[in-house]
Design a protein around this ligand. Structure first.
Ligand code: SAH
Ligand code: SF4
Length: 348
């Protein structure tokens, strides 16, 4: 029998890797379908619950592998219905996921790293720095843990990778986790309902363009010229706006798919009518949709949110310029569950 540290966490394996694992093990490959369904559709926690597998096989599996779980250590709910879940990981680090009800949708926002290395000036997650990447199982276990707490007959409709961390900086684990999210025998989400948000890491975006992507892409643009973007997002010095847009322009999107551009609105930095006009110009030729996110303020952040009128005016200029633009007021602000407010702690 293997010691627990040598055992494989089954939820770290992509569907292909699970098949291979079972193959090496002398088991028919179709068993992987059964196991995926137990893990991700039924959400079971132990091998004993896999009742369509022989007792002997279950025992063999438990000698070389295990089923990991995550349990929230704290939950907060805002008046608008948004819920924030705090999870403590095996090594004591903490991450958060946010459940956002909105009309017909129920969206879960997942974390992909503990902290974040990119230090965008307006983001609290950036202030804690990067601690480590999440494993595949830590990413998908957020979905399983939150799903367990939903009322009967309620199900998640959308997944967004917009919580703590920069998903493309944890490329391998994040893409494997997405594979599980959309795989028919695993979570079975439509690829149109899984969105990954990134600051635009060029090598990883190039890699994604080569691979078949099975999710929606959102780019955190936040400015319409190099200088402003570099002031707000230090990564722009390494991967400039111009190059990010060039990749977006050539990105092999599936028919009727658009790239979402997120634009956090910061008073006096990127909210003028000129900024709006520049934005129309730089997005020309890219199938796009703009999400204007009014800044969520915090004492540690040296910026203010523009007035409602200013935001509305900005949106109108974009729409007159032919862009689809919506103002996405973040939910859950009073419990620090809104965009850019996740820090893995809670008010006691
Ligand atoms: N690291 C990824 C995903 C997590 S951040 C990214 O940056 O895209 C998710 C979104 O929250 C990004 O679009 C980011 O620009 C936005 N955001 C960060 N801080 C914010 C704040 N204080 N107010 C409003 N939106 C913020
Ligand atoms: Fe990191 Fe995204 Fe926050 Fe920037 S906005 S610091 S990339 S989490």
């Amino acid at each position: 029998m293997k010691s627990s540290s040598e055992k494989i966490d089954l939820k770290n394996l992509s569907p292909g890797e699970l098949k291979e694992f079972l193959g090496n093990f002398g088991k028919e490959r179709y068993r992987s379908t059964q196991i995926l369904r137990w893990l991700y559709q039924k959400g079971i926690h132990s091998f004993d619950e896999m009742t369509n597998l022989s007792k002997r096989f279950r025992q063999e599996l438990s000698q070389v592998s295990f089923i990991s779980t995550l349990h929230p250590v704290h939950m907060e709910q805002a008046r608008d219905g948004t819920k924030k879940f705090l999870f403590q990981l095996g090594d004591g680090n903490r991450i958060e996921s946010v459940l956002i009800p909105d009309k017909a949708r129920l969206t879960l926002c997942l974390s992909t790293q503990v902290g974040c290395a990119f230090g965008c000036q307006f983001c609290l997650t950036g202030k804690i720095g990067w601690k480590r990447d999440l494993t595949v199982s830590e990413i998908v276990n957020q979905i399983l843990a939150v799903r367990k707490m939903l009322p009967e007959k309620t199900s998640l409709s959308n997944i967004v990778l917009m919580g703590m961390g920069e998903p493309l900086a944890n490329y391998e684990n994040v893409t494997k986790a997405i594979e599980l999210m959309v795989y028919p025998d695993a979570f079975k989400f439509s690829s149109r309902r899984v969105t990954l948000s990134t600051v635009g890491l060029l090598p990883e975006l190039e890699q994604l363009a080569k691979e078949k992507i099975s999710f929606r892409l959102a780019i955190s643009l936040n400015a319409s010229d190099e200088e402003t973007r570099s002031q707000l997002m230090p990564i722009n010095c390494r991967y400039p706006l111009r190059k990010v847009l060039e990749i977006c322009r050539n990105f092999p999107l599936r028919p009727r798919t658009r790239i979402t551009f997120e634009y956090v609105m910061v008073e006096g930095m990127n909210d003028s009518p000129q900024d709006a006009k520049k934005l129309i110009k730089i997005l020309k030729g890219i199938p796009s949709k703009v999400n204007l996110i009014p800044l969520n303020e915090a004492p540690e952040i040296p910026f203010k949110r523009p007035s409602e009128e200013k935001i509305k005016g900005f949106q109108e200029i974009l729409m007159e310029g032919g862009l689809t633009a919506i103002v996405r007021t973040s939910k859950g602000r009073e419990i620090s569950a809104a965009c850019g407010q996740l820090q893995g702690k809670y008010s006691e």
